[in-house]
Ligand binder design. Structure first.
Ligand code: FMN
Length: 344
């Protein structure tokens, strides 16, 4: 019964995401990186490869958590994992809560591992309330290289049937990090992680944070579209823009591994996020939209263009590899500069 409700919700999230229209800014447009007309590099020399969770991948880009649990989401995961495999980039499955109690749904998640093979990087996903047993089972189902634990209080509160209990989550994450056999990534779902939250997570042993900031997928709007009871339109601008969240979280320290997501659409977004301190960049909504509206070939082409233009920007900033791109100086202007000055 509850599993059927969860399956319906998963489907509705995709349907309502596809209908959502509100656009917030990531503030990445307030970031300026300088053009280098004399890079002294050949295009073929540009090396986008990095190591992530102990495996070699071809780009500092991953497909972030979206779905699983239904026949339709199995098809989405099949297509997304074919793309992830082709570009040798990591992929996270959507929340596996359904799979913990419904064995039938396992294949909609495990198809990702099947397609990506043992060399691919595949991540589990659960709510940060999860028990250690849940974490282990979720990872076992897809032979995961790590697990994402999501923090989504804004989404839950906009959801009529959503959770209203948010106490004890930090302690729960601490306990999971201590015993988890694989790395734990704590992530938002599109409202951003503040410097204070990043510091509290870092202090209890979390070494991977996906900031998932404002500027892309908006779960207040998505839940609002499912919720006839309350009108949440005045809350659509809630959250920390991706660029601001990223710069602030990087101030916590160089040892923290940061994944930048939330509104990543263009190659300039990826390059700027890396300059601002991200170790990895993640995309969900935009890729899902291209896949569902235009089909697999167009989604593949979108990723092909994205990666070509990332290489182009690397050459145009004189960056032979990702480490060099991360060191390219940046300037901030406009609202991003104002907010950074205010926050100190
Ligand atoms: C349809 C849809 C379903 C999602 N489901 C999950 C989920 O199950 N677990 C999770 O951690 N994040 C989920 N997300 C959030 C994404 O992983 C990501 O954090 C967020 O969408 C911001 O990135 P974007 O702007 O590139 O979409 C979902 C996103 C979309 C579009």
């Amino acid at each position: 019964m509850i599993e059927n409700m969860r399956k319906d919700r998963k489907q509705q999230h995709i349907d309502e995401y596809m209908k959502s229209t509100h656009k917030n800014s990531t503030l990445l447009e307030d970031v300026f990186i300088e053009h280098n007309a004399l890079p002294e590099l050949d295009f073929d020399e540009i090396d986008t490869r990095i190591n992530f969770l102990g495996k070699g991948i071809d780009y500092p880009l991953m497909i972030n958590a979206i779905t699983g649990g239904t026949e339709f989401s199995r098809e989405i995961n099949r297509n997304l994992s074919k793309i992830a495999k082709s570009f040798n980039i990591p992929m996270a499955v959507g929340s596996q809560t359904i799979a913990l109690r419904d064995e039938e749904s396992h294949s909609s998640f495990s198809i990702v591992r099947e397609i990506m093979g043992k060399d691919g990087v595949v991540l589990s996903n659960l709510n940060a309330h999860a028990t250690i047993e849940d974490v282990k089972l979720a990872m076992e189902i897809i032979d995961a290289d790590g697990i994402q634990l999501h923090l989504n209080p804004a989404q839950e509160l906009a959801m009529q049937e959503g959770d209203r209990h948010f106490k004890g989550i930090l302690k729960n994450i601490e306990n999971i990090v201590k015993v988890s056999p694989k790395p734990v990534i704590v992530k938002e779902v599109g409202f951003g992680i503040s410097k204070d939250v990043a510091k509290r997570l870092y202090d209890i042993g979390v070494s991977y944070i996906d900031i998932s900031g404002k500027g892309g997928t908006n779960f207040i709007e998505i839940e609002d579209r499912r919720n006839d009871d309350v009108d949440f339109t005045d809350m659509y601008a809630w959250g920390i823009p991706t660029a601001l969240s990223l710069i602030q979280c990087r101030q916590v320290g160089d040892k923290l591994n940061l994944i930048a997501s939330g509104g990543i659409e263009k190659s300039t977004d990826i390059a700027k996020a890396l300059c601002l301190g991200a170790d990895m960049v993640a995309i969900s909504g935009t890729l899902l939209r291209v896949l569902l509206e235009d089909g697999y070939d167009k989604a593949y082409k979108y990723m092909d263009d994205l990666t070509y233009k990332l290489k182009m920007i690397m050459l145009l900033t004189g960056s032979k590899n990702v480490e060099e791109l991360k060191k390219v100086p940046y300037r901030v202007q406009g609202q991003l500069r104002d907010l950074l000055q205010e926050l100190g």
